[in-house]
Design a protein around this ligand. Structure first.
Ligand code: FAD
Ligand code: SF4
Length: 515
């Protein structure tokens, strides 16, 4: 072969122009399981299995399209120290003159491959992965290093640029954002209507054996069948299912949490992030399908649901990617609040008396999934309030979630949830007391702690920790006009009450493993 073309595990985009070239005889496509990729962080076992299964299916699909494909498993690559040594070995073996790859989405890999390209004896070149909506070259037009960019303005620009939900140059329905109509709590009467999630039963026994044989260190639980989509056809089925059954209530219950339904882990969320981030689905394909569903079922689906969903894909997803690339590599070491604590053990077991934390963590260990508000306002909020080192928090999120790839995980975790970037993403920390959790969930009713109490032994830890957080960071946060009211409320409380709250918070921090 003249050219070796390497496909990363998150580049399963069958519509890439690579595969549309007429003469394919000169190309050898390589897709490989690698220890380098299983070991850079401790991943959830379902995540490793899902990537391996999806890669295998992608290789099979390419073979069926008559392309020359080399699919390598850990059995074949266990002696290759890293991607670049594998590429050199294979290029020699197959007598290729050129090595080509699609730009990776992670800084770590991009640098590694760039260095390889500069030093290799082979002719190494890279091309776009043709996945994102905002071209890579345009990122610097909209994002500047160390500068806050308001997501809402970026999102409006994207709406106009791609002409999505627009009418006569104005937003459809007269407003850009329908958040106020969304975000309901699930009432008891809503619980029975939650649709059963679409799950798959992919047989992954052989993959699990390989993971074990090659001693890949993983976390979480896994059965012999995997519920996540591992092919383009399954990804499409999941999207179809979302459009038919979940979209009508997506925005309405976007922030809701419950522990009283069998489907408490999935609710009205699409769970397509893994399919999107591996590029089995294209963001515009998702947006177009949602718009078509909306057009066909205007009676059942409101604009608020559709806008709320599209904002996540066209807005947030593209936005965090811009923040990531414009601020790396410095972003990875940002720690504005100087947080230094270790994660307590229950992040790996779910064994805590705090019901909200138990629910979010147990579900994550069982399914490699939690929805946005569980990530942001339960586990993320807890780490923020207790001052966990952002490196610890990043590793946990990067490892545990099925959809976690650094370009999207890090801005969400370090930035949005931990405020470690000092406000490049969020204008204020997403810090909340038990009151918010009680408002958006039914977790508190069956909790060991009392959400109404702030300082006694039964008091919900989030309540005192919230005030302790605000108190500790007052010098930095009180200037923020969006937080000023909070401090006024604090000052209204009498000193003995303030004292008792801070004492309770200190007890919680000293006994964090026991909470
Ligand atoms: P839905 O709720 O159905 O939303 C639809 C889609 O919108 C998602 O699939 C996703 O592609 C996109 N989306 C929604 N919110 C965001 C966001 N904030 N940033 C980027 N895309 C978004 N998302 C990841 O894809 N990978 C991660 O590693 C990741 N880590 C996160 C860590 C923290 C601390 C937080 C607060 C959020 C994180 N998110 C991450 C964003 C979001 O929580 C997930 O995209 C979402 O929960 C995935 O589930 P879903 O597919 O059911 O999403
Ligand atoms: Fe969580 Fe506090 Fe509610 Fe318990 S009382 S579920 S710890 S918010």
């Amino acid at each position: 072969y003249n050219t070796l073309r390497f496909i990363f595990g998150d580049q399963l985009n069958a519509n890439h122009s690579w595969y549309k070239e007429e003469d394919q005889t000169q190309y050898l496509y390589v897709i490989a399981e690698l220890k380098q990729e299983t070991d850079y962080v401790k991943h959830h076992i379902q995540k490793v299995a899902a990537f391996f299964a999806a890669m295998e299916n992608f290789a099979t699909a390419l073979k069926q399209a008559q392309l020359n494909v080399l699919h390598l498993t850990l059995d074949d690559t266990h002696d290759d120290a890293c991607i670049t040594s594998l590429l050199t070995r294979l290029a020699k073996q197959y007598q290729c003159q050129q090595i080509q790859y699609q730009y990776p989405d992670e800084y770590r890999l991009k640098t590694q491959l760039q260095e390889f390209a500069n030093s290799s004896d082979f002719n190494v070149s890279a091309t776009d992965s043709e996945h994102f909506l905002l071209p890579f070259a345009d990122i610097s037009d909209h994002f500047k290093k160390d500068k806050h960019v308001k997501m809402e303005f970026f999102y409006r620009m994207m709406r106009k640029r791609f002409d999505i939900l627009m009418q006569d140059n104005a937003p459809l329905g007269g407003q850009w954002n329908f958040d106020q109509d969304n975000r309901n709590k699930l009432k008891k009467t809503d619980l029975a209507a939650i649709p059963e999630p679409k799950i798959f039963t992919n047989n992954i026994e052989a993959i699990l054996q390989r993971i074990k044989k090659h001693q890949v260190n993983t976390l979480g639980h896994c059965s012999a069948t995997l519920l996540w989509p591992t092919s383009r056809a399954q990804a499409k089925q999941l999207l179809d299912y979302f459009c038919t059954h979940l979209l009508p209530c997506f925005g309405k219950f976007q922030d809701a949490m419950t522990c009283q339904s069998s489907y408490k882990w999935s609710l009205y969320h699409s769970r397509i992030a893994f399919a999107l981030n591996t590029k089995m689905l294209h963001p515009m394909q998702v947006i177009k399908q949602v718009l078509a569903e909306f057009a066909a079922r205007q009676e059942q689906i409101t604009l608020a649901q559709v806008e709320g969903f599209i904002r996540q894909i066209l807005g947030w997803r593209e936005y965090v990617r811009g923040i990531y690339w414009q601020n790396m590599p410095d972003y990875a070491s940002k720690n504005e609040l100087e947080a230094a604590r270790l994660l307590p053990d229950y992040f790996w077991s779910g064994k805590t008396k705090m019901n909200c934390m138990k629910q979010a963590i147990t579900q994550s260990l069982e399914t490699a999934y939690a929805h946005h508000i569980q990530r942001l306002m339960i586990t993320g909020n807890f780490c923020l309030l207790t001052g966990i080192d952002p490196n610890e928090v990043d590793s946990w999120y990067l490892g545990i979630y099925i959809d976690a790839i650094e370009w999207v995980e890090m801005p969400n975790t370090r930035g949005m949830s931990q405020f470690a970037d000092g406000g490049l993403i969020a204008t204020k920390p997403y810090a909340a007391s038990g009151n918010y959790i009680n408002k958006m969930s039914d977790y508190c009713t069956s909790c060991h702690y009392n959400v109404k109490q702030k300082s006694d032994d039964t008091a919900c830890p989030f309540n005192s920790l919230y005030w302790q957080f605000m108190h500790t960071h007052e010098a930095r946060l009180a200037r923020n006009p969006r937080i000023g009211m909070v401090y006024k409320n604090w000052q209204k409380q009498d000193t003995s009450q303030q004292h008792a709250i801070l004492e309770r918070a200190q007890w919680c921090l000293n006994n964090i493993e026991k909470l």
